[in-house]
Design a protein around this ligand. Structure first.
Ligand SMILES: *Cc1c(COP(=O)(O)O)cnc(C)c1O
Length: 354
């Protein structure tokens, strides 16, 4: 039986998606060829790419609103660089909510002045900074919707006239937001969409073309848009699996449906963390992530016992990030509610025995 996979990333994908993907590896579209040995310019693959791009916009409600969706390579980490390369003229504002935001800031500093308008670094990123102001004269504002490492999530996004850029790697397609507020959204595939190797970037096209510098072709958003995400050979397999996952989500009822499931999973686990005297949450309650729940044991001497128990229950990937410690339960879209129930059962059994 498949394990209960709480891995933070790469992470769980829907079983039916994995089934279809494995079939396509052997025989794609009944063409008697593998998906990964046909030309990316073939009609069969061009249809996959077009479907993946249109599903992404459709699920976010961004069709016919001036947005383009492209699939790039290099992970979300390359977007830290590309965002600044393509959009930073003089000055940009960044919200530092954790490891990933910090890395984005480092890359941007090579292109201009970076204003850190808020940071929770002082407390190990265990909350989301609030009450910060974004100056009117910056080229854009960059934030990270969900801190995968510490387990915090932005519940609100600022009202601003400058372009709003967001790294949504670990919570895209997990909850309803007013996506039209954003001018550029990016997400590595491996948290909620597909295998590592593809990055989805959604861009409101009108924000491009405003920097003077020469942008190398592979790093130039406009070139990838103009070439329909086929400037060079795309990551065919990650794009295909992402397309299957997006179709799976659409068939389920889209983001509205999955958000309800995600809220139930998170409520179940956080209720147990708060109720059970053996456990303690790590981050500020109002900023808790529905995707990554972080917690510790109140009595460290129970570590070995608890670790043995959840492993025996078929749970995988519960260890906290090396920089935080403790535990991290990642509850991405494809994780079923009964996996969370299994974890809660183990937590209650630990309490009964101690
Ligand atoms: C995982 C993650 C990244 C890094 O993604 P890569 O694809 O490994 O470059 C960036 N931002 C967030 C929020 C993440 O969760």
């Amino acid at each position: 039986m498949k394990k209960h996979n709480f891995s933070a990333g790469p992470c769980i994908l829907p079983q039916e998606v994995l089934q279809k993907a494995s079939e396509a590896i052997l025989n794609f579209n009944n063409d008697d060829l593998s998906l990964i040995e046909i030309s990316h310019r073939s009609k069969s693959f061009v249809m996959v790419m077009e479907k993946a791009r249109s599903l992404a916009l459709e699920l976010l409600g961004l069709e016919n609103k001036g947005y383009k969706a492209i699939f790039l390579q290099g992970g979300a980490s390359l977007e830290f660089l590309m965002v600044a390369y393509n959009l930073l003229n003089k000055k940009a504002a960044y919200l530092n909510t954790g490891t990933w935001a910090d890395k984005a800031i480092i890359e941007a500093k090579a292109f201009g002045e970076v204003l850190e308008v808020g940071s929770s670094k002082d407390k190990g990123y265990n909350y989301i900074p609030k009450g910060y102001t974004i100056p009117e004269d910056v080229d854009y504002f960059h934030c990270t919707s969900n801190n995968t490492v510490a387990g915090t999530q932005m519940k609100e996004f600022p009202e601003t006239n400058v372009p709003l850029i967001c790294d949504m790697s670990s919570d895209i397609f997990s909850r309803q937001l007013d996506f039209e507020k954003f001018d550029l959204i990016y997400a590595g595939a491996q948290k909620n969409m597909g295998p590592a190797g593809a990055t989805l970037v959604i861009i409101k096209e009108e924000i491009l073309g405003k920097v003077e510098r020469h942008i190398p072709s592979m790093l130039n958003y406009q070139i990838h848009i103009d070439k329909d995400s086929m400037f060079n050979t795309p990551a065919v397999f990650p794009v295909y699996v992402s397309m299957l996952t997006l179709q799976w989500l659409k068939d389920l009822g889209g983001i509205k449906f999955i958000e309800e499931v995600n809220n139930k999973k998170a409520a179940l686990l956080y209720a147990e963390i708060d109720r059970n005297p053996l456990f303690k949450g790590i981050v500020a309650k109002e900023d808790r992530s529905t995707m990554n729940a972080t917690f510790t044991l109140t009595d460290a001497s129970l570590t070995e016992t608890f670790d043995k128990m959840w492993t025996a229950a078929g749970i995988n990937g519960l260890d906290g990030h090396r920089s935080v410690g403790g535990y991290r339960a990642s509850m991405y879209n494809a994780l079923p509610l009964y996996s969370v129930q299994t974890l809660v059962d183990v937590m209650q059994e630990l309490e009964r025995k101690n």
